[in-house]
Design a protein around this ligand. Structure first.
Ligand code: NDP
Length: 300
């Protein structure tokens, strides 16, 4: 068997088109432009690239982008004061603080300061609680992207056995909650799981969110299963020249694609969905703030 490739890049483009259409309608019908504020503390080069991409894509779909750069030696109180200012700014519908922040700051306290209604990263404990109790929440972007890809591939997810490998608050736990909400039978595997290969082999859906390059092998996968690879790992690529690296996922793509029914590649799978879902969450937050109908197909 050779798996179908789930093209996250192409799917993300359709999500952005839907967002852009909804933004255009909000402007034309209500005179409202959704706005996303991104806070970047310090000068981490990878974070600067992410923030630049987010800003560019926000503007491309017609939304307002507000970038706030603070020096690395800013205090926690200064970051929180900025968050509070943005919470009270009616032009801002979504707030995101790019992590990691410098060591002297607490990510948890920054997230706690963000208004849950503007928490487009879905990290606030209120949103985590709303999600796990089956209520309307802001859902973390990467899990939302995985859910969209799975629904597009499989239609109804009801009754499928799903294994999520990884239990982070950012990816594993919210994704497990989303799959449960869609009536999958969900197992969460992690570093202490016994016989993890056997656990994965029972799954119709395997989601890998571990951060270990190519850990999940072909003989962990049930023939025909759908495999979503969230992992982004850099490994040496001497064939590209000295000191060069390439990106791989948590799944051994070459081997697993011989067994699985469908698989997301890295890059070009879940990655592009994450920013697309950030834009989707911002337009959803804007609609909720203005008591307007939410865009269809862009929420969980
Ligand atoms: P974390 O490091 O927060 O969590 C990793 C999880 O994997 C933990 O629950 C850990 O278990 C589990 N784990 C670690 N080693 C093993 C093992 N040997 N066997 C089984 N489970 C293991 O990572 P994140 O959830 O934040 O990210 C996971 C991956 O996804 C990373 O590669 C990250 O770069 C990528 N990522 C990609 C995004 C995208 O846009 N595509 C967005 C966010 C993340 P335990 O809890 O027991 O320690």
């Amino acid at each position: 068997m050779t798996a179908d490739i789930i093209d996250g890049k192409a799917f993300a483009a359709t999500v952005r088109e839907k967002v852009a259409a909804h933004v255009a309608a909000l402007k034309a019908d209500h005179g409202i432009t959704p706005g996303l504020a991104v806070i970047l503390v310090g000068e981490d080069p990878a974070s600067e690239v992410y923030v630049r991409n987010k800003n560019r894509q926000t503007v491309e779909v017609g939304m307002n982008s507000y970038e706030h750069k603070l020096p690395a030696d800013s205090s926690q109180a200064e970051v929180i004061a900025l968050v509070e200012k943005l919470n009270n700014d009616p032009a801002v519908h979504g707030i995101l603080c790019q992590f990691p922040v410098p060591d002297h700051m607490s990510e948890r306290e920054i997230v706690a300061a963000i208004s849950p209604a503007k928490d487009v990263d879905g990290l606030h404990i209120l949103n985590a609680g709303l999600l796990t109790t089956g209520q309307k929440a802001m859902v973390s972007c990467t899990p939302l992207g995985c859910l969209m890809l799975l629904r597009d591939r499989l239609g109804s997810l009801s009754g499928f056995n799903a294994v999520v490998v990884g239990r982070s608050n950012l990816v594993g736990k919210p994704l497990a909650a989303l799959l449960l909400r869609d009536s999958c039978t969900v197992t969460i595997a992690h570093s202490r799981t016994k016989d993890i290969e056997d656990v994965c082999r029972r799954a119709d859906i395997v989601v890998a969110a571990v951060g270990r390059a190519q850990m999940i092998k072909a003989d962990w996968i049930k023939p025909g299963a759908t495999v979503i690879d969230v992992g982004i790992n850099r490994i040496p690529a001497p064939e590209r020249g000295e000191g060069k690296v390439r990106l791989v996922g948590d799944v051994d793509f070459a081997g697993v694609s011989e067994v699985a029914g469908a698989i997301t590649p890295v890059p070009g799978g879940v990655g592009p969905m994450t920013i697309a879902c950030l834009l989707a969450n911002t337009v959803t937050a804007c609609c909720r703030a203005n008591d307007l109908p939410e865009p269809e197909g862009l929420t969980a």
